[in-house]
Design a protein around this ligand. Sequence first.
Ligand SMILES: [Zn+2]
Length: 561
Amino acid sequence: MADSEPPVNHVALPRKWRPRTFDTLVGQEAVARTLEHALESGRIAHAYLFTGPRGVGKTTTARLLAACLNCEKGPTATPCGECASCREIAQRGESLDTIELDAASNNSVEDARELIEILRYAPQRDRYRVLILDEVHMLSKAAFNALLKTIEEPPEHAVFILASTELHKIPATIVSRCQKFSFRRLTDAEVVERLRTVAEREGFTVTAGAAAQIARAADGSLRDALSLLEQSATLSSGVVDERRCAEIFAFVDRAMLEALFAAAASGDRPEILAIAGRAREEGVDPRHAAREFTSMLREILVASAGKAERDAGKAERDAGKAERDAGRGDGEKDDRAARLAALVPYDSLLRAVSLQLETERQLARAADPWIVWEMSLLKMAELPRLRALEESLAGRTPPAAPPPPAGDRPRFVSLVPAPPPEEAEAPPPEADPASDFVRRVMARRVTIGTYLTLATRISEKGGELVVEFPIDKASARDALQKPDPLKLLNEEAGNAFGRPLAVRLTTGPPVDGDLAAAAREVPPQVLARERATTRAQDDPMVQKAMALFRGEVVDIKEEKR
Ligand SMILES: [Zn+2]
């Protein structure tokens, strides 16, 4: 259990390893040299502007510069780290005379006036009053104007350090009065090297493959990379390898993303918030999940646009994500994409993709990324849903219907029934009560229906309707194992089969029968939950899958049921 095995780290790595000298600043040598030289020769400007991508050291450098300016032994390029000012800045990024503010949440003209007022007074203890203004492009026009005069004629003791990811949004009048420094995006190799150094000093191992994976996911941001390293290390026992990384942050439950899509497609706002809430609780990284969601939306769009483009898109996608997908499950994914495509008109899909792309950009700098993403999903739920759901349920084949599944594959209950080869126009008579059950559920609640389509088997057994999900889709089962969805399932089971049937939700082997692969894919949290349910423990296949993981799930907190 969680308390018997302490995690590897307790201090946030990005904070712990924040550089406190110019020598340890990763990847920004040009900036470091110029600032050092200026400090050594006593040429101190009143306004600095740091621009560049997120997570590459702008705020770190701003604090470092503040420490240099206000160190008891300064101004110096090598702050002592021991005086009151140095210690305060190291501990909380601020000190008696150094203020750090996020312009995004302090962007009004009143805020600007207040700051100007503070800057007018002489420092209380140190040499300068330093104002670090993060994401300065978020200031309102009036606030910029108010600030401009002070930046033009600053009090002798005032130093502005402005930081921004978006230079083009800052008025030229401000930019021209600042000493400008461009921070560059870090290369994967630089991030990898830093990760390995930090890991070594922290006393754990990160394999080269895992470090590369983290660097790629962090997309040039050292801060993100260190957070991801920390997450991975916390859940590992000393060794962070590729498999561990994949489990912890690369894996985003596809069923969760599909359910989000279905909820948005059907305008089910409470369900969107419920799914997002669960994902948040499970520690899903919203930025990564949003990226995966975009890529899924794109698959759905491609499926909707037609087969020619579909093949082209697949080739392109495969080139980019070859390692992750590695030829496994692509066919299944495409089939499902085609089915999901049938839920939403093409125009709305197109708008959903562009909305999502814009959201990804906002997520990059959002203080609470979950809220940003949730708002976007709620917006998505407002897009027109022109295609009548009944149309796709009535058995008519939508333009982008997938080919019928190969006969030897496990049967997936499909939302859009495959047409018989000869007479695509005539809807086949519904003889199978299990399929009827799924369609009925889908007609009442698309979200619940979508989860249900992930089941591999629906069979009647002794007065029960047993619905079996593959172990790697256990989260879909969990989502249905709640009073409301269960009630609906029981009702529709009765309607479809013509007599009362209690629905029992179970888990079984993965679709492709590859338990070892499933064990690698299933997040440890899910396995821990499976272990906590007696039903799953009775299932020999699940037991086997879990045995593959034994000893590694011990530090996962089990959910109370
Ligand atoms: Zn000092």
